[in-house]
Design a protein around this ligand. Structure first.
Ligand code: HEM
Length: 401
C-alpha cells in the first residue's frame, strides 16, 4: 500500500494510565496537530490535538455545530453512527448564531450570578446530607459514586429545573444508557424519546403551577414554545449531571492517588479554586472531544479542511499541550489557571460552567472536611473506569474513612 492509500486512523481510545489520555494523542500533536481521521461511517475528517488549533476551530464561525454538517465526535467516531437527527426546535447545542444566540441569551439570564449564589447553600446542604447518609448506612466505607458523586449534581440539576428527585431516579438509568458509546443507535434514540417525553410532562406541570425554578422562569418569559422549552430542559438535564458527577469521582480518585497534593489542599482551603481548575484541565472528562463541521473550505494549520468535513477537537489533548501548559502531564493544584478548554471554547462554551465550578468547589470542600480519613478502600489499580463512556470517570469508587 502506498502512503497515499493508507486509511487515516480512527480516534485513539486506549488509555495506558487511567488519568492520562491515550498516548497516541500526544504523538499526533507532536507530529501534526491537525491530522486526518476516519469516522465510523468511513467519513474522512480531521482531529485537532493542540490547544491553539482547538481554540481556533471552536471560535471560527465557519465551523458549524449543525448536526447536518458535522459528524458527532462520539457516536459517529466510535459507535455505529448517530441516530438520524430530527429537526427538534430548541436544540441549541446543534445551532449556530444567530439562531443559537436567542437560547443562549435566555439561559445566561436564568443562570445568573445571583441564582448561582442562591444555590450555594443548597449545594452545601445536599452535600452534608449525602455524607450523613453514607455514614449512617455504611460501617466505615461506601461507593462514593452512588453515595455522593452522582446524587449531588443530580439533585442540584433537579432543583434548578424544578424536577422531583424521586422522578429523576426512575429516568437516570435511561440517561446513562443514552450516553454510552456501546449503546446502539436505536437504543440511543429510544432513550432520547423517553427522556424527552418525561421532560415534556415536567414543562406541562410548570405551565400549570410555576415555581421559582429555571424552567418556570423560562415558561413565564413566554418566549419559547412547549417543544423549545422541553428541548432546553433536555439539554440542561443531560449535560448537567454526568459531567459533574464524573468530575467528583475521578477528581477524588486523583486527589487520593496524589497524597502530597491532597495534604496541601487540606492544609490550605484557599487552594480549592486552583484545585478545581487543575482537575478540570487534568481530567477533561469529555474524553472523546467535541466536533464541528466545515461550512466552507477553511485553511487551518497549513492545511485545507474542505467544506463538509468534520473536525473533532480533542479537548483532553488540547489540555495536555506542552506549548500551553508547563509539564502538562503533572497534576499540580498550585498551577496558575491558564485557559483550559475543559468547558469548550467560543459561543458554545459550557453555559453552566459557573454552576459546575460551584458544585465542585463546595462538594470537594464538604467531602474533605467531613471525612478527614478519606482513602481508597481497594488498590488504585482495581478501581474500574468508564472507558467506553462519553464522559470519563470511575465506574465505582470504593472508599473508607
Ligand atoms: C464539570 C462539568 C461540566 C463539563 C466538563 C462541561 C463541559 C461542556 C463542554 C465541553 C461544552 C461545549 C460543547 C460544544 O462546544 O459542543 C458544554 C456545553 C454545555 N453544557 Fe456543560 N459541562 C459541565 C457541566 C454542565 C452543567 C452542570 C450543565 C447544566 C446545568 C451543563 C450544560 C451545558 C449546556 C446546555 C451546553 C451547551 C451550550 C451551548 O451549546 O451553547 N454543563 N459543556
Amino acid at each position: 500500500m502506498t502512503r497515499q492509500e493508507t486509511t487515516p486512523p480512527r480516534i485513539p481510545t486506549a488509555r495506558v494510565h487511567p488519568l492520562d489520555p491515550p498516548p497516541e494523542l500526544s504523538e499526533m500533536r507532536g507530529r501534526c496537530p491537525l491530522a486526518p481521521l476516519t469516522y465510523a461511517d468511513g467519513h474522512q475528517g480531521w482531529i485537532v490535538t493542540s490547544h491553539l488549533l482547538a481554540r481556533q476551530v471552536l471560535s471560527d464561525s465557519r465551523f458549524s455545530s449543525n448536526p447536518r454538517i458535522r459528524h458527532s465526535a462520539v457516536h459517529d467516531v466510535l459507535g455505529d453512527g448517530q441516530p438520524p437527527e430530527e429537526d427538534v426546535p430548541g436544540m441549541f447545542v446543534g445551532m449556530d448564531p444567530p439562531e443559537h444566540t436567542k437560547y443562549r441569551r435566555l439561559l445566561t439570564g436564568e443562570l445568573s450570578t445571583r441564582r448561582m449564589r442562591e444555590m450555594e447553600p443548597k449545594i452545601a446542604a445536599v452535600a452534608h446530607e449525602l455524607i450523613d447518609r453514607m455514614q449512617a448506612d455504611g460501617a466505615d466505607g461506601a461507593d462514593l459514586v452512588t453515595g455522593f458523586a452522582m446524587p449531588l449534581p443530580s439533585r442540584v440539576i433537579c432543583d434548578l429545573l424544578g424536577i422531583r428527585y424521586a422522578d429523576w431516579r426512575d429516568i437516570q438509568p435511561v440517561s446513562e444508557k443514552m450516553l454510552r458509546i456501546d449503546s446502539s443507535a436505536a437504543e440511543v434514540k429510544e432513550c432520547y424519546r423517553i427522556i424527552f417525553e418525561f421532560l415534556a410532562n415536567v414543562v406541562g406541570l410548570k405551565q400549570k403551577e410555576p415555581g421559582d425554578d429555571l424552567l418556570s422562569g423560562l415558561v413565564q418569559s413566554a418566549e419559547l414554545s412547549d417543544v423549545e422549552l422541553t428541548s432546553v430542559a433536555f439539554q440542561l438535564f443531560t449535560a448537567g449531571h454526568e459531567t459533574t458527577a464524573n468530575m467528583f469521582s475521578l477528581g477524588t480518585y486523583t486527589l487520593l492517588t496524589h497524597p502530597e497534593q491532597l495534604a496541601a489542599l487540606r492544609a490550605d482551603a484557599g487552594l480549592m479554586n486552583s484545585t478545581v481548575e487543575e482537575l478540570l484541565r487534568y481530567l477533561t472528562v469529555i474524553q472523546f472531544g467535541i466536533s464541528r463541521g466545515a461550512a466552507e473550505d477553511v485553511e487551518l494549520g497549513g492545511q485545507t479542511v474542505r467544506a463538509g468535513q468534520t473536525v473533532t477537537v480533542s479537548l483532553p489533548a488540547a489540555n495536555r499541550d506542552p506549548q500551553r501548559f508547563t509539564e502538562p502531564d503533572r497534576f499540580d493544584i498550585r498551577r496558575v489557571p491558564s485557559g483550559n478548554v475543559a468547558f469548550g471554547f467560543g459561543v458554545h462554551q459550557c453555559v453552566a460552567q459557573q454552576l459546575a465550578r460551584a458544585e465542585l468547589r463546595i462538594g470537594f470542600q464538604v467531602l474533605l472536611d467531613r471525612l478527614p480519613g478519606l482513602r481508597l478502600a481497594v488498590p488504585a489499580d482495581q478501581v474500574r473506569m468508564r472507558d467506553g463512556a462519553i464522559v470519563y470517570g470511575c465506574q465505582e469508587l470504593p472508599v473508607a474513612w
